[in-house]
Design a protein around this ligand. Structure first.
Ligand SMILES: Cc1cc2nc3c(=O)[nH]c(=O)nc-3n(C[C@H](O)[C@H](O)[C@H](O)COP(=O)(O)OP(=O)(O)OC[C@H]3O[C@@H](n4cnc5c(N)ncnc54)[C@H](O)[C@@H]3O)c2cc1C
Length: 468
């Protein structure tokens, strides 16, 4: 392998081939610090041609490679296994914004660009790049595409697949496919772009992308509404879509227990209602007319919802600071749950209309099988996507719960399957759910996925052990 590493050094420069264990450490452990793998080296190419040269070397020497962006993935997709045979291919040096086209409303960016940098560049050009998620200061466009990331505005703008008009990819053989055409219409055969998006680095390496930009909204307005049940939240969603149409950009459900956890662990964060309610919805409108227009829409919506007894209270943020404070309640739920102790996370989706039934059924099944466990249920209700997380009974450390992790996840995932849902709505499969997915996809679906993998990556060098 010395010869391989020497050739890598000649291809991209000695300082970009890292093989000292102390220097590699940060690339080998996943975001949640649950797993640390081993690698032959971390390679940091600076251009698409250098990525291609490295992939060809990996082919020659049969070295597996694990693409990595910001390493914020949550399913162990971006870290190598324990064999020490693979290299980590870090894309972070490919961080140029290559072009902005304000008529086509597109921006061509390299895969290692940090999401927040792209949002800021779009904003500086008086446009919006709408992908938004809590890891946006660290995650990269390449990782966002490879996981088909979702976030808080999918309801209006779609997920990463919907925000991409073209890709540049280094194939598993080390060739460059340039599909950076930025076309909105192109029906000329198989959609290769859609194959690489969401493939988690198992089919090729994304090196650049054409992203779709949108007009900057003139006003953003946030509100929090209190209601009794998830079904009431769904009734509010239908009302909100009727009143607001495309202006509705966020619709997040949070149970009372979620907000109580935030209040306990972050007492400086004030809950806006004097009395608690079983469920809450955080809504966001992005209005292309004016703040007054957004306020009028929300006022009508909320008074109608109160009159119809869909909700029993609501607050509308009257300043950017108040709006941030409401979003912070939502964003602190995972942190507060972690502060509370060990827990088991699920990132699931079901048809939106089944959300209420899914929550009631799964809550009852878990209460029966694991008495006392506490459910931290929140998520992107407008997309049918829930973070259905399980915490131990009050006062318990959580070790007993973690020992039952497989059984608990089986109950949740089987219930998701009962409603025709998905066991990974946003985060992908990685190494964590690779085996689990076989229970829920049909043999035909699995065979099709395996055929695509072996056709594009016959040597199985691209992120092996992940997805399929
Ligand atoms: C606090 C927090 C909040 C999050 N919120 C959300 C959320 O709301 N919605 C959501 O969808 N996700 C969310 N995530 C998950 C994560 O941020 C996303 O999956 C993100 O898109 C990953 O980007 P990354 O650059 O960190 O990718 P990495 O973690 O480095 O990699 C993720 C996967 O993509 C592959 N990959 C990376 N770059 C490339 C490339 N250039 N070419 C091919 N394959 C590549 C890797 O091999 C790996 O399989 C969150 C994570 C955290 C830590």
């Amino acid at each position: 392998m010395n010869e391989f590493l020497e050739q890598c050094r000649s291809a991209i420069g000695t300082q970009y081939v890292i093989d000292e264990s102390a220097d590699m450490a940060g690339y080998l452990t996943d975001w949640r610090r649950r797993f640390t793998g081993k690698a032959l080296a971390v390679l940091k190419p600076g251009s698409t041609d250098e990525v291609a040269a490295l992939v060809r070397l990996c082919n020659t020497h049969r070295v597996p490679l694990v693409p990595q962006g910001g390493n914020t993935g949550l399913v162990l997709g971006s870290v190598p296994d324990e064999s020490g045979k693979a290299v980590v291919l870090s894309l972070t040096r490919l961080n140029a914004i290559r072009a902005t086209d304000l008529i086509n409303n597109t921006m061509t960016v390299e895969a290692g660009c940090i999401l927040q940098t792209v949002q800021e560049a779009a904003s500086a050009a008086d446009r919006l790049f709408p992908l938004s998620l809590a890891a946006e200061g660290s995650c990269t466009i390449g990782g966002n595409l490879a996981t088909n990331a979702g976030g808080t505005a999918v309801l209006r703008y779609g997920n990463m697949r919907d925000l991409c008009l073209g890709l540049e990819v280094v194939t598993a053989q080390g060739e460059v496919w340039s599909g950076l055409r930025g076309l909105r219409k192109d029906n000329t055969g198989f959609d290769l772009r859609d194959l690489f998006i969401g493939a988690e680095g198992t089919l090729g390496i994304i090196t650049a992308a054409v992203l779709t930009l949108f007009p900057q909204p003139k006003a953003r307005l946030t509100a929090l509404a209190a209601m009794n049940t998830p079904e009431d939240a769904l009734r509010l969603l239908t009302l909100a879509q009727g009143y607001c149409g495309a202006t509705l950009t966020g619709f997040e459900l949070m149970s009372d227990f979620c907000l109580q956890l935030v209040a306990t662990h972050y007492p400086q964060m004030k809950l806006p209602f004097a009395q608690s309610s079983p469920q809450y919805v955080l809504l966001e409108l992005s209005d292309n007319e004016s703040a007054e227009h957004a306020e009028a829409l929300l006022e009508h919506l909320m008074s109608d919802a109160l009159e119809q007894e869909v909700i029993h209270d609501a607050v509308v943020a009257s300043s950017i600071a108040q709006s941030k404070a409401l979003w912070q309640l939502r964003e602190h739920i995972p942190l507060a749950q972690a502060d509370e102790g060990k827990n088991i996370k699920h990132d699931v989706s079901v048809p939106i209309s089944d959300i209420g039934a899914f929550i009631s059924r799964t809550d009852a099944l878990l209460a029966d099988a694991f008495p006392g466990c506490r459910l931290v249920t929140f998520g992107h209700l407008g997309d049918g996507n829930l973070h259905y997380n399980v915490s131990p009974a009050a006062g318990e450390a959580g070790d007993a719960l973690i020992a039952c992790q497989a059984d608990i996840s089986r109950v949740v995932h089987d219930s998701v399957d009962h409603f025709g849902g998905s066991i990974s709505a946003e985060h992908g499969l990685g190494a964590m759910k690779r085996d689990e997915i076989r229970r829920y996809k049909s043999p035909v679906e699995m065979r099709l996925m395996e055929s695509i993998k072996s056709a594009l990556d016959p040597l199985n060098l691209m992120n092996p052990g992940k997805v399929v």
